[in-house]
Ligand binder design. Sequence first.
Ligand code: HAM
Length: 439
Amino acid sequence: MSKSLQAIRGMNDILPGQTPVWRYLESTFAELLDAYGYSEIRLPILELTELFARGIGEGTDVVDKEMYTFLDRNEESLTLRPEGTAGCVRAVLEHGMTGGGQVQKLWYTGPMFRYEKPQKGRYRQFHQIGVEVFNQPGPDVDAELIILTARLWKQLGMADAVTLQLNSLGSSEARATYRDALVAYLQQRFDQLDEDSQRRLTTNPLRILDSKNAQTQALLADAPTLHDYLDEESRAHFEGLKARLDAVGIAYEINPKLVRGLDYYGRTVFEWVTDRLGAQGTVCAGGRYDGLITQFGGKPTPGVGFAMGVERLVLLLETLALVPEHLARPAHVYVCAFGEAAELAAVALAERLRDALPGLRLLVNAGGGSFKSQFKKADKSGARFALILGEDELAGRVVGCKPLRDDSEQENIAWDALPERLAVCFEQAETKRTKGVSV
Ligand code: HAM
């Protein structure tokens, strides 16, 4: 195939063999969120570029280097969303959903776009399931978000494979004072910093803390730490969060260097990480962003949330062999028809069966074919029964019902009795299966 007809680098097709795992993950989480009282919100994939520049912050990698930005036909600068928080905040403000202190507990899912270097677990189009809560200032809701993700790991069977990292970034004033102290410290050691960190010293100095460069990390060992600069309220908030996590037995590691790559955070930040996926080990990340809504022109409104990377969680489920077997959904019944008249009768019969047995996964053979070829297709479909319609069956107003997964006898069933008899056949096949006979 010519190169121009391939998918864009870092943007993946999710093929039919993979979609059942995606649906399993998405539906498990959607049900859990429903049980905790969260509602879904659906948001546009395109937003005005200014939304992200203002929300995520100039000087962040996402805004400076990774956005897919273009002018539309009206010369307006638009950007494919690199994350969901900014758009969600825009939506709640636009629809007056947070006025008068209204609490909102929302979730969303969908593709996000970042021009990053593609590698395992890092793509240019990737998917997040995100959660945002508005007008809940206390640490109780920070804790709830973490508790519900911990429950998801448990439900998926991966609780042992992920660990929680926690930090507090303090108030914006505390952060500004700390930033000055860190810059002063690193300025004196400027020549020893890696190139990226030298640049960040003026654009986004706190991000130097999670530099991957060993020499920079060594320099940071004696640098002032954010915790020494935490304001009293943030300290109490952090203690409140930890107490709640302790109360439900969720283990965490305090990581004073966890600063996150987006500018809007203050106070709580957290990441769930795994060591089973190589370099891209963060499967879920978030934190508090009480200042973001005023930045968009709204009244002061506390906000907190997180997003999980769906591709990374799917990879983790596969790596840990945690994909349940029942996800594949083979057909129940495959209808074989021989001759034009039988084909017509088969379509009608199939629709009557679908009416009578909702949920029945029924395939009707298409494109004719010999007895052998139709049976081959019936077998490949995974169906338990083949229904056979030929000239003789048509004349007798019956169908042949041939079990495909055990050695029971084929039987003829009258058309009118078919739904009822088929239901019985399934019940019998299920009983045999649970007694150890494979059907
Ligand atoms: P984030 O840390 O940029 O935060 O992304 C959240 C998660 O999305 C990451 O932990 C990772 O699992 C996944 N992710 C990010 N980039 C990629 C990529 N290139 N390829 C695959 N997966 C990726 C946010 O986006 C915030 N909006 C989270 C948030 C919500 N904070 C508060 N509310």
